[in-house]
Design a protein. Structure first.
Length: 219
């Protein structure tokens, strides 16, 4: 069994990451932050590898405003290619499976086209980040279905419709997870069957938002 944790390495020097406000997001400042954050990620991977931690969820905030092309105009994937390459080599050396989990505002099934457009841009950023590390498709992007909007069946249909428009770089990595409020594992499996996207099961979310209380994780 592999163990791991998400995003923040507490008590280890050189692993804290930084961000900034949009008003301070100049090109030079963003470049400095990205270099700093990639250095921090390298230190995290080194620490995890030396302590036999083989699963790690990378923070979405390493590249500030990465999905907002009006704010972050840097070609960061190429500009920091050597750092990405070094980190990717460490990930492979220590046999760590990394993942990323776009946040609560990355909603593919929103009825608002602007929200959906921004969600797709965010997924494109995450996929490019993992691609830049040189990790294979076993490194996943974990996403919840989204909102219900008073019409769950229609909301599920919208997720399926938008999923079909995603590029293959995203589809190769995207997995759909049950959540603790809106979508049970049964509903996620239904979406998985319709899209071909793998489903990932969160037992703690299921304990709160279960589709079948008669079933147990223990047998």
């Amino acid at each position: 069994m592999s163990i791991g944790y998400p995003c923040i390495t507490v008590g280890v020097e050189g692993t804290k990451q930084k961000t900034c406000r949009k008003s301070n997001a100049t090109g030079d400042h963003l470049a400095a932050l990205i270099k700093y954050n990639l250095d921090a990620l390298k230190n995290i991977i080194e620490f995890n590898g030396k302590h036999n931690i083989h699963l790690f969820r990378i923070s979405s905030d390493i590249i500030p405003f990465a999905s907002d092309k009006e704010v972050n105009t840097l070609d960061w994937s190429n500009q920091f290619a050597e750092q990405f390459k070094e980190i990717g080599k460490l990930i492979k050396k220590y046999e760590i499976r990394v993942s990323m989990h776009p946040g609560q505002y990355t909603v593919l099934n929103s009825p608002d086209e602007g929200v959906v457009k921004r969600a797709i841009a965010d997924l494109e950023y995450h996929a490019l980040f993992l691609d830049s590390l040189g990790v294979d498709a076993s490194s996943k992007l974990i996403l919840h279905v989204g909102g219900v909007y008073g019409e769950k069946e229609r909301a599920m249909d919208r997720f399926v419709e938008v999923y079909k428009t995603l590029n293959d770089r995203i589809k190769d990595r995207l997995v759909v997870e049950n959540d603790d409020r809106s979508y049970t594992i049964e509903e996620v499996l239904s979406i998985s069957e319709r899209t071909g996207a793998p489903a990932v099961y969160d037992n703690l979310h299921n304990a709160i938002n279960t589709s079948d209380p008669d079933k147990s994780d223990t047998y």
